[in-house]
Design a protein around this ligand. Sequence first.
Ligand code: GUN
Ligand code: ZN
Length: 450
Amino acid sequence: MTATTALRGRLLSFLAAPKGVGDAASYHYLPDGVVVVEGGRIIRVGPAAEILPTLPAGTVVDHYPDDLILPGFIDAHLHFPQTQVIASYGAQLLEWLQKYTFVAEQRYADPDFAERQAQWFLAELLANGTTTAAVYGSVHPQSAEAFFAESERLGTAMIAGKVMMDRHAPPALLDTAQSSYDDSKRLLQRWHGRGRQRYAITPRFAITSTEAQLETAGALAREFPDAYVQTHIAENRKEIETVKELFPDSRDYLDVYDRYGLLGPKTLFGHCIHLEERERQRMAETGSVAVFCPTSNLFIGSGLFPLRELQGRELARRDPPIRIAVATDVGGGTSYSMLRTLGEGYKVQQLQGTNLSALEAFHLVTAGNAEALGLEQEIGVIAPGRFADLVVLDARATAAMAHRMEAVDGDVEEELFILMTLGDDRSVKATYVQGRRVHEREGTRSRSPA
Ligand code: GUN
Ligand code: ZN
């Protein structure tokens, strides 16, 4: 029998997608709550006064009286081999790929290097409170192998795949249609559904795949319908023009992927900034997910993600709406922090004359992204039966935050907005995976028997 443990603090978890500012029915907040964990899963949640007296004698309770405890953050798109590409100067997408990314990714041919980088990368995600992510490897199967092995060791739920790319990149980064099929299939059979690991068939984007390779990606998706598919689309104007030149028979960019059977509820499309209306309709009817990567879109100068238009809120209502996720897109993105990502996401919406409320934002990085990944029965909310993947957030982490918080009178929504505007990894006091503390900010914990 595994021991019972517990966390005590200010619990916040979403019940539904918030409709905007002040939607108190969308979340559950317990100002002094306890989460009880057994065997890596949450078994009970409730007010401390109710739960504490029922805990078995000697149960260890990690107590965070001033902090918010939320479901661990979920990052729906980032690149494991780009940790030394982040913050590369002066280029837009296609040049940025050639000048920086395709140079850095070559180092992942070395399995020892990949292993060290996987350790660093996953530790950094956890230090930012991110407990699940959809991750691109390099072209080398050993990069995905190293990533999954480390994730399995940590007990995290991760989605990943080796990128498939057989043209328009340096020879050292190219596979072939056949080898990409074989390598992806081997990785998929080894890792998809093994513990908490899941595989994503990952054709990088239409520019770096021949028709033959997209065909094999589609074949894999048909053979393994519960595997994920992840790729990029409509990020940059030159990228879109190039795709139209390379695939003159396709109606538009999305149609390239559609022809090979790559759309559907398990497909994650990074960016979706410049989609045409027909593509938007097709995204909606296939249940494909549009992934919003604000820090990347600003940093690489790609454009402004039209969140409200994709959701169909401010134009004619779209029915069904396009499913939305949010992500860092490191190393095009400039921060591992989902708090920073939401802060920049807010600004991207401001530039389009609309707002992203704190409730919507925190829903997106928890329950919203869990639903977008089809993992809502496992993660994304604090509720019995879900994995105890949790983040402990300190809204007074810096002098400026503490000072700003002095003007807040118990309004949780305002506190969340301060966290997403001023917060980063310094606000992550601790991170838990399956109830086990896997990250702790220095010098901050109080631990007591019940
Ligand atoms: N499109 C194709 N590859 C990439 C990548 O690595 N990052 C971004 N942001 N866009 C891409
Ligand atoms: Zn990307």
